[in-house]
Design a protein around this ligand. Structure first.
Ligand SMILES: C[S@@+](CC[C@H](N)C(=O)[O-])C[C@H]1O[C@@H](n2cnc3c(N)ncnc32)[C@H](O)[C@@H]1O
Length: 271
């Protein structure tokens, strides 16, 4: 039987996942981030696909696939088939629709599922990608073991994620920061260790910090534009947003990136 502590921490983890999924399926996320919810957009997804040598007839798993943009893009670029798994059922429905509209529904499908308990069989994928999401998983060791479980022998994982050096600035420790994938960002060595401890052999590590600064600059511009439109009564948003808090967070993040306390990295590993 689970102890009370385990039950409390389990329900805390579920709350975090649900909250994160709710935010990323909101109109807000699309307004500020567009379709691709990670630094570097589809260009970095393409690079990840190149590093993994994706090709037709391969089965690829996109863990925490969001709106499905990367899954659809990989199928279009490399001709591989892609299964996207995602915590949010709403996002799964939108992503499936997007695959239909893009004419790739034969190659790309989506399923609701937790990255810490992937809804797919063992040893069934040639490659996994996971973009800007690993840092939001409360139990990173379990997620890494799930990657290992579902990869075929010789399969590869390509992770891209936020990295942190040193202590987290206080402004970036709250719930909003968690959802923005910042609060539990780890040093690059931690990601390497999670994959290695799950039995994967890390092959390549790359820094892509400029992709993160570009994204934060873009968000800062969109926040200012949106705030102005709201003040001029030209835009009516569903629900309230604390512009001051969001702008402060973006500013603190921009400063931390400049000071090289935050970055974005790609890690590939072999099963
Ligand atoms: C920053 S978005 C990245 C989405 C997508 N990978 C992309 O790059 O466009 C993080 C995504 O992780 C999903 N997510 C968070 N926790 C999850 C979990 N435990 N299992 C599956 N998906 C999760 C969220 O719902 C959200 O769609």
């Amino acid at each position: 039987m689970n102890s009370r502590r385990e039950v409390v921490s389990e329900s805390h983890d579920q709350d975090l996942k649900t909250c994160c999924a709710n935010v990323y399926q909101s109109d807000w996320a699309r307004l500020l981030l567009g379709d691709s919810f990670h630094p570097g957009g589809t260009a970095l997804t393409r690079h990840l696909g190149d590093l993994l040598h994706l090709r037709p007839n391969q089965r690829v798993l996109d863990v925490a696939a969001g709106q499905g943009t990367s899954a659809i893009y990989l199928a279009q670029c490399f001709g591989c088939s892609v299964v996207g798994t995602e915590y949010s059922q709403d996002a799964v429905e939108r992503a499936s629709q997007a695959a239909q509209i893009a004419g790739v529904a034969r190659l790309v499908t989506f399923e609701q599922g937790d990255a810490e308990q992937l809804p797919v069989s063992g040893a069934s994928f040639d490659a996994i990608i996971c973009e800007c999401a690993f840092c939001t998983f409360p139990n990173k060791s379990v997620a890494a073991s799930e990657f290992r479980r579902v990869l075929k022998a010789g399969g590869q994982v390509g992770l891209s994620d936020l990295t942190r050096q040193g202590e987290m600035p206080e402004d970036l420790q709250g719930l909003l920061a968690w959802i923005a994938c910042i609060a539990d960002a780890r040093p690059l060595e931690d990601y390497v260790r999670y994959l290695a401890e799950a039995g994967l052999t890390v092959q390549r590590v790359e820094q892509h910090d400029e992709a993160l600064s570009d994204m934060v600059r873009d968000i800062q511009g969109k926040l200012l534009g949106t705030e102005l439109l709201v003040k001029l009564n030209k835009l009516h948003l569903p629900g309230e947003i604390d512009f001051e808090q969001a702008k402060t967070m973006a500013k603190v993040a921009a400063t931390a990136i400049k000071a090289q306390k935050f970055g974005y990295a790609v890690v590939t590993a072999l099963a």
